[in-house]
Design a protein around this ligand. Structure first.
Ligand code: GLN
Length: 232
């Protein structure tokens, strides 16, 4: 196409390792809602991306230390994070939810966590939420760098519950993860793309413009359908 803008340069974008349906690897490619959206936006706006799946906390740090230009990692837009990052317009909704082992019949709410351990992923909203209620409900916290290890702690019985974004739990459970959700998702959790505060304003603007275009043209819905549409 002759009217495709080109040559806005290449940006290094940090992301989580495995956080389906937002980012995961398939046949050696980075796929998922975040990855496909980023590629669509980059193509629309005429820039290139080099994606680095680092893990969530490591991705936050890579942007803060200037090793990456931006982050898209199912990242929640929060007031706390707005002190250090500039966020794009939100592109998805995802509140924190509690999951337990599929076989567990004893833990049905936060009040059943007394004297137990819960698993969280370092630096996430799930971790922050668990911290915020742990004294009230009397549980301890196990920290992990990625979601797979966090889930394993629950299925192996180290922790009785994990706190994770609701759509990620739903997707994982549908794909065979041996967990079940036992609470309603907590409120909040709009997801956004982010850059270091005060830096890469042009990249942020292009992301927002490209996101708006993806919504207008139906590309956004197409990407969501690719990962969220029920097959049966
Ligand atoms: N949405 C959550 C957060 O921003 C989790 C992100 C993630 O684990 N990749 O903290």
């Amino acid at each position: 196409p002759v009217d495709t803008p080109k040559d806005k340069g290449t940006f290094v974008i940090a992301t989580d390792t495995t956080f389906a349906p937002f980012e995961f690897q398939q046949d050696g490619k980075n796929v998922g809602i975040d990855m496909d959206l980023l590629q669509a936006i980059a193509a629309n706006q005429g820039f290139e991306v080099e994606v680095k799946p680092l893990g969530f906390d490591a991705a936050l740090q890579a942007v803060q230390s200037g090793q990456a230009d931006g982050i898209i990692a199912g990242m929640s837009i929060t007031d706390e994070r707005k002190k250090v990052f500039d966020f794009s317009d939100p592109y998805f909704e995802a509140g924190v939810q509690m999951a337990v082992s599929a076989k567990n019949e004893d833990i049905t709410g936060y009040e059943d966590l007394a004297g137990k351990a819960v698993a969280v992923k370092t630096g996430t909203e799930g971790a922050r939420f668990a911290e915020s209620i742990k004294d009230q409900y009397g549980f301890e916290i196990h920290q992990f760098a990625d979601s797979a290890d966090m889930y394993n702690d629950v299925t192996a019985g180290g922790a009785v519950a994990a706190f994770e974004d609701a759509p990620v739990l739903q997707y994982g459970i549908k794909e065979g993860l041996e967990l079940k959700t036992v609470t309603d998702p907590e409120k909040g959790g709009e997801l956004g793309f982010a850059v270091n505060k005060g830096e890469n304003a042009e990249l942020l603007r292009m992301f927002n413009d490209g996101l708006a275009a993806a919504k207008d043209t139906g590309v956004y819905d197409l990407i969501l359908d690719r990962y969220l549409k029920a097959e049966d």
